[in-house]
Design a protein around this ligand. Structure first.
Ligand code: NZQ
Ligand code: ZN
Length: 388
């Protein structure tokens, strides 16, 4: 295990009716709030009304920014920064999924910076300050509610880039499983895939003796395997929603990646797909991740796939190592398919037209991508070709 500092300060209010925590939290922290929402789901399903009731109880003035798109765009971030400056906002409340939270975090950092907020994504500058962000999460997937990451697309160049900083980690997050009941089957399944691939990115590593992180990681994966099919069958299953919601937060809040070399190649490749084709992030991962697994499987990496196959998929130990590894990858892909996710690029109408460009861009953004197996531009093109 490598050295690490563990500091995850986000307060999580988890469970039914926890929106009531908003009133005291806002009273304590906010002078004027910007409430950020997506394309209308929270207004249709009543969550927005619950939030407004709390904001009014707290007696804190607010302004709104609605219409944040999935794969959020830089333009909406600029708009949010402008509103915050004009209205002297000192607190941002994100009500939505990862896209709304990511846009809110980017706005929060941009308000405190004199230059262009895109500088943070381009990697030119690191933010040193941000407005505090609180979240009311409505979709189990990204872990954005408990981490310091944001991912934004710059629409004129179609670059989708991320940055991470402790200054944008939410100060509190409200996680009510019932608030995720109205997420449709497709986005629910995409969320399950995203959670699982977050775990893979941290689990598939050469760092030795990280048993604590890895056993937690396997437990998180098993929860997805157990509850993914249940929730896709019955969208209002409280136990399934609750377990997936908490799993999503724990899968990407620094816990299981602490003290480990992480990979993140599947994400780097997927971000190229959703940047150009605007597909759901989880759907892109369902296509890329099993093909990444097949590509990186070798004598040098097989031990980790064996561990994964036996611990998560209960594959018989007496089979050969390569056999167990291939079976584990096959079951992963079959599982994604069973949830209704695409597992080929053809299913989402993507051809090989931009493969070279995407591979170049992925390398540019992340330097050398992957650590479990380092990938070059040529490797990325091969993984994309295998995903056709
Ligand atoms: O726009 P609205 O109306 O809110 O509808 C959304 C959207 O259409 C809908 N939705 C959300 N909650 C709902 C709901 N519909 C009904 N009932 C509810 N309760 O679901 C759709 C997808 O929402 P979105 O926020 O885009 O999904 P997700 O949470 O998966 O976020 C995806 C974005 O996060 C980035 C992805 O790249 C993508 O841009 N990621 C962020 C990460 C992070 N910050 O740590 C890490 C991830 O790896 C990922 O890259
Ligand atoms: Zn992801």
């Amino acid at each position: 295990m490598l050295n690490f500092t563990h500091h995850i300060p986000t307060i999580v209010y988890f469970g039914k009716g926890q929106v009531s925590a908003l009133e005291p939290e806002l009273k304590k922290r906010a002078g004027k709030v910007l409430i950020v929402t997506g394309q209308g789901s929270v207004k249709k399903n009543g969550i927005f009304n619950h939030v407004i009731r709390q904001v009014k109880k707290a007696d804190v003035p607010y302004v709104e920014l609605s219409g944040i798109k999935p794969n959020p765009r830089l333009k909406s971030v600029y708009r949010g920064i402008e509103i915050c400056k004009k209205e002297s906002v000192d607190f941002i409340l994100a009500v939505g999924g990862g896209s709304v939270i990511d846009a809110s975090k980017a706005i929060a950092s941009g308000v405190k910076y004199d230059g262009d907020v895109w500088d943070f994504f381009a990697g030119d500058v690191k933010p040193t300050d941000a407005l505090p962000v609180g979240t009311v999460l409505t979709l189990a997937a990204t872990g954005s509610e408990m981490n310091g990451n944001t991912v934004i697309t710059k629409e004129d160049t179609m670059r989708k880039l991320a940055f991470g900083s402790p200054v944008i980690r939410p100060v509190f997050s409200i996680l009510d499983p019932e608030y995720t009941y109205t997420v449709n089957k497709y986005h629910t399944a995409a969320g399950v895939v995203d959670i699982m691939v977050h775990v893979f990115e941290q689990y598939f590593s050469h760092t030795p003796a990280s048993d604590v992180q890895d056993r937690i990681a396997e437990a998180l994966l098993k929860v997805c395997v157990k509850y993914g099919p249940i929730v896709c069958e019955k969208l209002h299953d409280y136990d399934a929603r609750a377990n997936l919601l908490w799993t999503g937060s724990l899968a990407l809040n620094d816990l299981i990646g602490q003290g480990k070399q992480e990979d993140w190649a599947s994400h780097a490749i997927e971000h190229e797909l959703s940047a150009i084709y605007d597909i759901s992030h989880g759907a892109g991962l369902a296509i890329v991740s099993p093909n990444w697994m097949r590509y990186v499987l070798s004598r040098n990496t097989v031990h980790k796939f064996v561990e994964y196959g036996i611990k998560v998929w209960n594959i018989e130990k007496d089979r050969s190592e390569m056999d167990i590894a291939n079976e584990a990858i096959h079951r992963t892909e079959k599982f994604f398919k069973s949830l209704g996710m695409p597992t080929t690029l053809k299913e989402v109408n993507i051809s090989d037209e931009h493969f070279e460009k995407m591979a170049k861009s992925a390398i540019e953004d992340w330097g050398e991508i992957g650590s479990f197996k380092k990938l070059t531009e040529k490797d990325i093109v091969q993984i994309l070709n295998a995903s056709l």
